[in-house]
Design a protein around this ligand. Structure first.
Ligand code: ADP
Ligand code: MG
Ligand code: MG
Length: 499
């Protein structure tokens, strides 16, 4: 809904301030002006390109668009040009990917750490509590997943004042846009191939983005490890999904390039059609499942009844490779992020000193609400903090005066409810004037960007088979909006231009 604020306009001219002098040598979009006619032509070309290349989402205005593929498509919201981003920081984010993969895997193996860290949260957050119950059950039966697959996305903002790349969060479940992010990079490259010379921009400065191929390859390798040629990948989906084309891109590459079949089922369908064979094989509608790839199940809304929870438990009990397992899911919660930022905790999970230092460097300030000093500071200056519950999918965080009120209320009540949240230092990235396009309408506004780096991790009992960075997602949102989230309507897809 950020766009309701700014009026639709024909693409106005780019008039961006330039702060430092080397901009002339290394052009960024802070430099020149785009003549009106040219901008209009570029927007037109971009809209045609998106439609022809599947850079699309379901259209909110069409009732069937979330259910029936091929009905009610609209181009995904995007920025007209890539955002400039320092190459050194991009490299830093890429180098962190395999380290976070390993960290998640190590943390996931320490069931006691997960349970203890989330023990207070469990008492006050029903959703996290249900996840922990499944986790406890798996610990009780001593269930060990020897083949483990992680498809994560670590999100960062570049703090303008300190020039530090700071992690916002690490997504271990349902990391979205591996499909569409590649397409946005291609769209921008295509635009710069045509207009780059006029704009003084080099298409080669947009880094290759093979997220969808690399995710498909990791899934295919996991499928091979599972070693049942009849088995399929089960994609767990929501009952209505406007972002289905992003998911279909991945399934399509998996089928075309690796000959691995996907089936799409909701949690309710899995409950109805799923059964476990005596050897632990999960059958859904009679089809054996090699990998359970979650693109649902990360929010309480996905569990409207006990049936959905039954499905989640059934899947966890099975021998299928879960992406993510319940422990990987929990390792990606905000509470665990905050626990890992405490002194000497990373050292419990990582040995390599350089790796520890790199990870620590990207941690922003993270605090538990048990800390009265920090709560006092946040009440005094709420604009410097973000308050986060254990939720995913955007739109859940608390900012500004709401944050102050929430803290005062929690303080007053003096209950354990504060364990549902963490406090985080607010990051302030650089603001630049950007042209954003949604629903075929062009808007120009001040915006900030968030980079996500995809990563894949696969191991079996003896070896790590895959541990790599897998491309990126850039999202740009109007700077006056607190939240990101493309699907939630706060942000647009973007790519990066290395400077
Ligand atoms: P979710 O799992 O719901 O995506 P995030 O932690 O990514 O939760 O927060 C959602 C959005 O809120 C982010 O995309 C970002 O725009 C904004 N945000 C989150 N943390 C911070 C922070 N520390 N500083 C500034 N903005 C933040
Ligand atoms: Mg998240
Ligand atoms: Mg996020």
């Amino acid at each position: 809904p950020i766009f309701s604020r700014s009026l639709p306009l024909k693409c106005a001219r780019f008039e961006m301030e330039t702060k430092n002098d080397d901009v002339a040598e290394k052009p960024t979009f802070g430099f020149g002006e785009i003549e009106q006619g040219l901008a209009d032509q570029m927007v037109h070309d971009a809209l045609v390109w998106s439609s022809l290349h599947g850079l699309v989402v379901g259209d909110r205005n069409n009732k069937r668009s979330g259910k029936v593929p091929g009905v009610g498509l609209v181009h995904a919201p995007f920025a007209l040009l890539p955002v400039s981003f320092p190459e050194s920081h991009f490299r830093e984010a890429c180098e962190l990917a395999p380290i976070f993969n390993e960290l998640v895997d190590r943390v996931s193996l320490d069931g006691k750490f997960l349970q203890d860290s989330l023990a207070r949260t469990k008492k006050v957050d029903a959703f996290t509590s249900r996840l922990l119950d499944i986790h406890s059950k798996m610990m009780e039966i001593n269930k060990k997943d020897e083949i483990r697959l992680g498809l994560h996305r670590s999100d960062y903002m570049l703090d303008e004042q300190t020039k530090l790349l700071l992690q916002l969060e690490l997504n271990t479940i349902s990391s979205s846009f591996p499909g569409l992010s590649c397409l946005v990079s291609e769209l921008h490259r295509s635009l710069l191939n045509h207009y780059g010379e006029t704009l003084g921009l080099d298409p080669r400065r947009i880094p290759t983005n093979a997220a969808v191929s690399q995710y498909a390859e990791a899934l295919a390798k996991a499928w091979i490890e599972f070693n049942n040629p009849k088995a399929a990948v089960l994609v767990v989906v929501q009952t209505e999904e406007l972002n289905m084309y992003d998911q279909h891109w991945l399934s399509s590459v998996l089928r075309e390039r690796h000959n691995v079949r996907s089936i799409r089922k909701t949690l309710a369908e899995i409950n109805a059609e799923g059964e476990l064979q005596p050897d632990g094989t999960l059958l859904v509608g009679g089809v054996p499942v090699a990998i359970i790839y979650f693109r649902a199940g990360y929010t309480p809304n996905d569990y409207p009844s006990e049936l959905e929870w039954r499905a989640r438990l059934l899947m966890e009990e099975s021998s299928a490779i879960k992406c993510p397992s319940i422990s990987y899911h929990l390792a990606g919660t905000k509470k665990i992020q905050q626990e890992l930022a405490k002194p000497n905790v990373l050292e419990r999970f990582l040995e390599n000193k350089e790796h520890i230092a790199k990870v620590r460097k990207c941690f922003a300030g993270l605090w538990s609400l048990e800390d009265p000093d920090i709560v006092g500071k946040a009440i005094e200056s709420p604009e410097l903090f973000v308050m986060k519950p254990q939720r995913e999918g955007g739109g859940n965080n608390i900012y500004g005066s709401d944050l102050r009120e929430a803290l005062l209320r929690l303080q007053h009540e003096g209950t354990e409810d504060n364990a549902a949240y963490i406090l985080m230092q607010r990051i302030f990235p650089a603001i630049s004037l950007t042209t954003l396009i949604r629903d075929g309408i062009c808007y120009k506004d001040h915006a900030v960007s968030e980079i996500g780096v995809y990563s894949a991790y696969l191991r079996n009992k003896d070896n790590v088979i895959v541990n790599e960075q897998c491309g990126y997602l850039m999202r740009t949102k109007i700077s006056s909006s607190n939240e990101g989230g493309v699907a939630a309507g706060f942000a647009v897809l973007d790519s990066l231009y290395l400077t």
